[in-house]
Design a protein around this ligand. Structure first.
Ligand SMILES: Nc1ncnc2c1ncn2[C@@H]1O[C@H](COP(=O)(O)OP(=O)(O)OP(=O)(O)O)[C@@H](O)[C@H]1O
Ligand SMILES: [Mg+2]
Length: 296
């Protein structure tokens, strides 16, 4: 991809700091902008970040990393071709520990005040316009060949214009309808014994859900509860029901939230247990930084 807002040299310096933090087992002074379920979002330069550097789980080799980067590039192009404004995005790789390769998705840092959850918390009167724009975007791109995580935490709202930025999980399918995502790689943050089972039985279903418009919308509305935006849920349901059938109900949203929050919480608990096992019993460096307690 094109040159991003950080040089290879700077990214190598950032990777060295990540390595140090992993060995220490804590974020310490790492400039963390956000913890995803899979990615770690870091700011660079650390004192006053202008670049958001999204570090994926390390790849076994350069070929796997390049394949992932190519898919990210294609995904960004696909979303743009569908009419979405996608934040400028570039893909970079850096040598990491033990011969592995770290892949980074790099974007400009957005001002906190433009992130949609903040916008709706600060100015709920904009909810209708923002939600309609998000639902338009879902209509424009989501289909069996393209998935989208439309949760509000993945969008910015600037000058009444919506920008999408969560492209670290590029959900494109091939002509036969199979996801092109490297599911085995996506499983690497989970305890090793579980990976084959989850990659085979859980991940395809999770990815398929992001290719279904109604499910994407239920997920987006349900997530408002996690974002503490309860006051816009009814308006979001009304906006959604102008587009999807069968209609969403508040009961469905509440049930979705309870079930989904439990699933992610269970995964995080598994990862914490694995971290304990790797560090205390195996005496190894655990290769991820996990978020602290999350209010769900
Ligand atoms: N360009 C950016 N500028 C400022 N903050 C950002 C930027 N990109 C991401 N963030 C912050 O980090 C959070 C997580 O980033 P993002 O949504 O891109 O990945 P993710 O949700 O971690 O992806 P996944 O869950 O698929 O691993 C965002 O919700 C936002 O708060
Ligand atoms: Mg996200």
């Amino acid at each position: 991809m094109s040159d991003g807002p950080v040089s290879e040299h700077e990214l190598a310096a950032l990777e060295a700091r990540v390595h140090e933090a992993l060995v220490q087992g804590e974020a310490g002074t790492l400039p963390v902008l956000g913890y995803g379920e899979i990615t770690l979002v870091l700011g660079w330069p650390p004192e006053a970040p202008t670049a958001a550097c999204k570090r994926l789980p390390v790849f076994a080799d350069a070929t796997r990393a390049e394949a992932y980067g190519t898919l990210v590039t294609e995904y960004v192009e696909h979303l743009r071709a569908g009419g979405l404004d996608v934040l400028p995005t570039s893909w970079h790789t850096v040598p990491a520990a033990h011969g592995t390769v770290a892949g980074y998705v790099v974007q400009p840092v957005l001002p906190e005040a433009t992130l949609v959850p903040r916008v709706l918390a600060d100015t709920p009167e904009q909810a209708r316009a923002v939600l309609d724009a998000v639902l338009d975007a879902v209509d424009a791109v989501v289909d069996p060949s393209c998935g989208l995580d439309a949760q509000l935490s993945n969008w910015a709202w600037r000058d009444s214009r919506l920008t999408y930025f969560d492209v670290t999980t590029p959900m494109l399918s091939d002509a036969a309808g199979r996801t092109r995502l490297d599911l085995a790689h996506m499983g690497t943050p989970l305890p090793a014994p579980l990976r084959p089972v989850l990659a085979r039985f859980a991940f395809p279903g999770i990815v398929a859900a992001y290719h279904d418009r109604r499910t994407v919308v239920v997920d987006l509305v349900g997530n408002l509860l996690k974002e503490r935006l309860d006051h816009v849920v009814d308006e979001a349901i009304a906006a959604a029901n102008r587009r999807v059938t069968p209609s969403l109900t508040r009961g469905e949203i509440d049930r979705w939230y309870a079930g989904n929050a439990r699933m992610w919480e269970a995964l995080l608990r598994l990862r914490r247990a694995d971290r304990w096992w790797q560090r205390r019993v195996r005496r190894r460096t655990y290769p991820f930084l996990l978020p602290g307690a999350i209010d769900r």
